[in-house]
Ligand binder design. Structure first.
Ligand code: SAM
Length: 260
């Protein structure tokens, strides 16, 4: 296929991906922490700091079922509002809306549950929407920001996700994608390969009782386009100012771009 992205059959893919998210929805946080050594929290913080959220913004977080990214955006906006109020500057009339879109209703329910646990059940800014990243239900030119964290790797057609992101963003709107990516440095790559092919499936088996799905996750990282290829795909979609930042030597990368 295009961009050298080898595809698993669509049926197989959604089965495996579905398995992972159904079987571990409850142990999801634990798995993320175990597999990343807690680093996914810092990576998500970095993603949100690159977004530069602002009060009144309309934001779409795709594949966001856990709420992890959305809660961080909301936190940041609340603290901006708080400081503005202290400075006597609370003249933000526009209502903030953070749409959390996910294809899996279980993940959305999981996120909603966490929102309640965090005391956000009355929160009007959060809107939970079931939907496919490849065919968004949102209007064109309607969003100030778009994020997708650990979501683009498992979709069927990355190109569709990118063109939908481009469509829903307003001019000047920011696109940000956080994803497991490719390590280049040879020695670090050896260690990382060992970790991902041996340790991750073992943790998967131990904690979630599901070695195969985690093996699949690791293979899907290898098949995913590398940093430069993904950057080119984003630029080919029509985005401007396409950049990426590697974290932990490329274990993850944050791609960013602007719709102009
Ligand atoms: N963004 C969250 C985070 O970082 O914690 C969740 C990441 S989780 C690894 C991937 C999510 O992508 C799952 O919730 C899954 O349901 C969702 N997903 C998979 N394919 C999707 C699609 N085509 N459209 C929207 N969401 C999708």
């Amino acid at each position: 296929t295009s961009f050298g992205y080898k595809e698993v059959s669509e049926e197989e893919k959604s089965k495996l991906v579905g398995n992972v998210f159904n079987s571990v929805a409850s142990s999801y946080d634990l798995m993320n922490d175990l597999m990343s050594g807690g680093l996914h929290r810092l990576w998500k913080d970095r993603l949100v700091s690159k977004l530069h959220p602002f009060p009144g913004m309309k934001h779409l977080d795709v594949a966001g079922g856990t709420g992890d990214v959305a809660f961080r955006i909301l936190d940041k906006i609340k603290s901006l509002r708080h400081s503005a109020r202290q400075g006597g500057l609370d003249n933000f009339n526009e209502e903030t809306k953070i749409y959390i879109c996910d294809i899996n209703p279980n993940m959305l329910n999981f996120g909603k549950k966490r929102a309640i646990e965090q005391g956000l059940c009355e929160e009007q800014s959060l809107v939970w929407v079931e939907g496919d990243a490849e065919a968004l239900k949102f209007q064109a030119d309607s969003m100030d920001g778009y994020t997708i964290a650990f979501g683009i790797r498992n979709v069927t057609h990355i190109e569709n996700v990118l063109s939908e992101a481009h469509r829903v963003l307003k001019r000047g709107g920011r696109f940000l994608c956080l994803e497991l990516s490719h390590v280049e440095q040879p020695l670090f790559k050896q260690i990382y390969d060992y970790y991902s092919f041996k340790v991750i499936p073992a943790i998967g088996e131990l904690v979630a009782g599901d070695k195969e799905s985690y093996q699949y996750l690791v293979e899907s990282i290898r098949r995913f386009p590398n940093q430069d290829t993904l950057a080119r795909m984003i630029a080919d979609t029509g985005f401007q100012k396409v950049e990426y930042e590697n974290l932990v030597g490329g274990v993850v990368a944050i791609h960013s771009a602007v719709k102009w």
